[in-house]
Design a protein around this ligand. Structure first.
Ligand code: HEC
Ligand code: HEC
Length: 165
């Protein structure tokens, strides 16, 4: 053994008791009670049953988009709709062929355009997995307030108009 290894061993008897005492006394502080919206006000070590998962909004009412390019949210149940290599159940209603029969809105032309800008005869592979962009909504209450202001509201705000004149 080299001398500096021995030196390291020599401090061990002092180090270990120091670590142990740090754990018992100072150690991790008493868990704090946080009245944070992100977690219920219980101690870190307490076990509580999780709040129920809020249900999806499935009222079939199409939701206004917050900006024109937004993928519209899904207003209906999508449970068990499969999207696999050979089968895309969303397209059994939303493809051009079936929209008349089921009265579902057709996927728009952007869904047929591939990444080279070519318009294909069928839904482009990059738009095949619908849930990458389209999601259902739940009745969960937002945990942080949403301050988003729609552009229409913004441009029609009387105070802003006054400023511009
Ligand atoms: C049984 C037919 C059917 C299937 C399957 C289906 N949809 Fe729909 N979808 C509809 C209909 C009809 C509407 C119009 C609103 C309504 O009635 O719910 C709609 C509305 C939507 C909208 C809202 C469009 C808008 O402009 O607001 C989106 C997004 C959507 N569906 C996505 C999907 C996705 C993603 C899947 C697969 C996971 C899917 N749908 C499967 C029939 C269907
Ligand atoms: C890469 C993101 C993306 C994917 C994947 C995608 N979409 Fe969309 N979708 C959009 C966007 C963005 C819009 C709104 C602008 C537009 O029409 O291009 C839209 C619009 C729609 C609309 C409304 C069309 C209209 O004219 O009102 C429907 C219905 C829809 N998508 C269904 C689907 C279905 C079904 C799939 C799966 C086959 C799918 N989308 C996959 C991004 C996506």
């Amino acid at each position: 053994m080299r001398p500096h290894h021995l030196a390291a061993l020599a401090v061990l008897p002092f180090l270990v008791p120091a670590m142990l005492s740090a754990q018992s006394s100072g150690g991790p502080a008493e868990p704090r009670r946080l009245d944070s919206p992100f977690r219920p006000p219980v101690n870190f070590v307490e076990q509580i049953s999780p709040p129920p998962i809020p249900p999806d909004v499935t009222d079939d009412r199409r939701v206004a988009r917050n900006y024109p390019e937004q993928p519209p949210v899904i207003p209906h149940n999508i449970r068990d709709y499969q999207i696999t290599l050979n089968n895309n159940q969303c397209l059994t209603c939303h493809s051009r062929r079936f929209t008349e029969a089921v009265q579902a809105p057709m996927v728009s032309i952007t869904h047929y355009v591939d990444r080279e800008g070519q318009t294909l005869g069928a839904v482009s592979p990059r738009r095949y997995f619908c849930m990458q962009c389209h999601v259902p909504q739940t009745r969960a209450q937002p945990i942080v307030p949403n301050t988003f202001t729609d552009l229409d509201t913004l441009v029609s705000r009387p105070s802003d108009r006054g400023d511009r004149r």
